[in-house]
Design a protein around this ligand. Structure first.
Ligand SMILES: [Zn+2]
Length: 159
């Protein structure tokens, strides 16, 4: 390749940086009720009148029956671990864009009593020898709640 052709090449430059683009969105009628409940330490699920399944987190339409659900159920604050992950490497929180600190941290799938589905949330235990599927847990609430899934600070093992 001649010197003249080399000079015409353009190289892509990648740069790292941070951007900040705050935005709001409407969560809809069902999530508004759910998130408002969290502010008052109430965890709402919703029950399908046709098949009886209780969804927690709530949704508008039953995934089995395709019918609109309107039977709200206040669930207890205790449940059972159905799976878990102890994260030991840096991980970006999709809610904040920041690295989750401190490491390690644990997320767990938890089926609240009376619900047929599970939610994922933080567990305050990182020693995996102390966490087992089937362990009983309960919600630990934030002191100041704002109507966010993070109004639940984490779950703690109770047995
Ligand atoms: Zn159903």
């Amino acid at each position: 390749m001649s010197e003249k052709k080399k000079e015409k090449k353009e190289y892509l430059t990648l740069t790292s940086g941070k951007t900040w683009a705050p935005y709001n969105w409407h969560v809809g009628e069902y999530w508004t009720k759910f998130l408002d409940g969290l502010k008052e330490k109430k965890f709402y699920g919703i029950k399908c009148h046709k098949c009886g399944i209780v969804y927690a987190l709530p949704r508008q339409v039953c995934g089995r029956c395709f019918v609109k659900m309107e039977d709200w159920v206040e669930l207890p604050h205790e449940g059972t671990i159905t799976s878990f992950t102890v994260v030991k490497f840096p991980y970006i929180d999709p809610n904040t864009g920041q690295i989750i600190q401190p490491l390690p941290f644990t997320t767990a799938s938890i089926r609240l009593d009376g619900a047929d589905t599970a939610i994922w949330h933080y567990l305050n235990v990182t020693d995996e020898t102390k966490i087992k599927v089937g362990k009983r847990v309960r919600i630990v609430w934030q002191e100041n709640r704002k109507g966010s899934i993070h109004d639940i600070k984490h779950f703690e093992i109770i047995d």
